[in-house]
Design a binder for this molecule. Structure first.
Ligand code: NOJ
Length: 555
């Protein structure tokens, strides 16, 4: 495939940036971010090299789950602006070469949704079967709750309805009934609606739960994955470039069906949850093995599909697939206090405080995120090393306002700090010490480094497109990934350990003259037998492109 043609499958090699409109930039001083504010920040995002924005839910909501509890799928939360403001944002993003995807939340609605209100209050309502009602709690259903400590079960009695309703998440988030063809039509309509507003696809919330047939199996006239395949087909029929990026945190050997068949006829993208969890265990142990094992456990992504690589997202940093002992190791290393942990399985911290602000290690982790197989996905504020505010309840500790300046309200808003949507962190990670303005003019800042690495990542299609494999080394801390794409070979080396290590790599099947570091000025010639030997500093990293005889690549 030529470099030009790769542009059609833009998600294979994009830079995704996740943000919540309400915590990004407040244009009118009410303490809540809005679309007009976000529009002003589009050039900032374009400037750092982002080419896809993922918007967290911006729909009307009572906000009991930060917008993942919708009351209207076809509108904008009025606190965030008007539809006109949304459209101006979309137009500006598109003009700067940035695609926009948004959360698609169709597993459930808010219990305040008019559909649910009608459903519960009238057995003859046309919305009655939009939800899953039962006279009794089924005995054989799954009992695991998603939010232990916050959620009591997955069935709740409703007096008005005189029945129990099913909810995978909180009791105020009743599950939609996908066995009902009208619900399926409605979901299609929602997708079609937002595509018509210019979205390039969706981050699909809670996919395995959406496809779960708990309580509705006997009524489901179409197999869940067949239904999902139809939905994905519908998406690309409406908009050829549109994608669905699925939140699917299941065991690695159960991931493949979510890509669909071997050509990939379901989700184009899946988050690499195993890689993320293996990364933290590897960091805690200063050992490459857990991360490498996680990468090797992944199914092969079909040719047009891609992993979304990430270091943290807006939820708890889940460690649910590690064993109890492994999880404890990560807790001990990065979140020993109970208040830093949540649901017994995750951390509610951002990376820099977890690494005690060690800038070499922070850069190592992000270099690895950009260099691992997949499309990097940044959570807002990561590029400046924002910290969390543990005083903010639950998972929201990492969803504090974006820190633009050193002013008391971080340049996020003209409102007083105590009027903000969420309180900012104080101290070392407060706006006085961590903000965009200061870092923009500092050539050694994390932001400047991110800009440089993103630019290089965009110029390194091998990572998004190439075939990858792990290259063996004897050094415990080294992660070495080799990519081959067309006539190119790239070898990325990351040292998770604090001690320097020697990478002595067998790449003798390639004829090469020099390996140039794309992130530095190292240039290495092959040993007599064609090996690549490099001394890697503790927490050091290199992206080495092997130049082949006669090969001319853009720098
Ligand atoms: C997954 C989202 O990431 C999370 O934030 C939300 O609470 C649940 N789905 C329920 O929508």
């Amino acid at each position: 495939m030529s470099l030009e043609r790769t542009a059609d499958l833009w998600w294979k090699n994009a830079i995704i940036y996740c943000l919540d409109v309400e915590t990004f930039y407040d244009s009118d001083g009410d303490g809540i971010g809005d679309f007009a504010g976000l529009t002003r920040c589009v050039d900032y995002l374009a400037g750092i090299g982002v080419n896809c924005i993922w918007l967290m839910p911006f729909y009307p909501s009572p906000n009991r789950d930060d917008g993942y509890d919708l009351t209207d799928h076809y509108a904008i939360d009025e606190r965030l602006g008007t539809f006109g403001d949304f459209t101006e944002f979309m137009r500006t993003a598109r003009d700067r070469g940035i695609r926009v995807i948004a959360d698609l939340v169709v597993n459930h609605t808010s219990s305040d949704h008019p559909w649910f209100q009608s459903s519960r209050s009238d057995r003859n309502s046309r919305y009655r079967d939009y939800y899953v009602w039962r006279d009794e709690i089924p005995e054989d259903g799954p009992e695991g709750v998603v939010f232990p400590g916050e959620q009591e079960g997955v069935w709740t009695w409703d007096d008005a309805a005189g029945q129990y309703y099913h909810h995978r998440f909180m009791h105020h988030q009743p599950d939609l009934n996908v066995a009902n063809a009208e619900v399926r039509d409605e979901i299609r309509k929602v997708i079609g609606f937002w595509l018509a507003q210019g979205l390039s696809g969706f981050r699909v919330d809670a996919v395995p739960f959406f496809l779960e047939t708990e309580g509705i199996a006997e009524e489901m006239e179409i197999a869940p994955h067949d239904y999902f395949r139809n939905l994905c087909e519908f998406l690309t029929r409406r908009t050829g470039e549109a994608i669905m990026l699925g939140e699917v945190n299941v065991a690695p050997d159960q991931l493949a069906p979510f890509f669909g068949d071997e050509d990939g006829d379901e989700l184009q993208m899946l988050f690499n949850f195993p890689g993320m969890q293996g990364l933290y265990l590897g960091l805690a142990r200063k050992d490459a093995q857990p991360f490498v094992a996680a990468l090797l456990s992944l199914p092969q992504a079909p040719p047009e599909c891609q992993w979304a690589s990430f270091v943290r997202n807006h939820d708890e940093l889940t460690l649910d697939k590690l064993s109890d002992d492994e999880r404890q190791e990560v807790f001990d290393a990065f979140g020993p206090e109970e208040d830093m942990q949540i649901y017994g399985r995750g951390l509610r911290r951002r990376l820099p405080p977890m690494l005690a602000g060690d800038s070499d290690r922070i850069r190592l982790v992000y270099s690895l995120m950009f260099a691992m197989p997949g499309t990097p996905t940044i959570f807002y504020g990561e590029e400046i090393g924002m910290g969390e505010n543990l005083a903010v309840e639950g998972r929201r500790s990492v969803r504090t306002p974006m820190q633009w300046t050193d002013e008391p309200s971080a340049g996020f808003s003209t409102a007083d700090p105590d009027q903000l949507r969420r309180p900012l962190p104080e101290g070392a990670y407060g706006p006085a010490n961590v903000n965009v303005r200061a870092q923009r003019n500092d050539r050694d800042s994390l932001l400047t480094w991110f800009e440089r690495v993103i630019r290089q990542r965009r110029q390194t299609p091998e990572i998004g497109w190439g075939e990858w494999k792990i290259v063996d080394t004897d050094a415990r801390g080294l992660v070495v990934i080799r990519y081959d794409w067309q006539d190119r070979t790239l070898v990325t080396v990351h040292n998770l350990a604090a001690e320097a290590a020697k990478a002595d790599l067998d790449v003798s099947d390639v004829e090469w003259t020099v390996a140039r570091d794309l992130l530095g000025d190292t240039a290495i010639e092959p040993t007599g037998d064609g090996r690549l030997v490099i001394e890697v500093a503790g927490h050091g990293f290199h992206w080495l492109r092997l130049n082949k005889p006669g090969q001319r690549l853009t720098p």
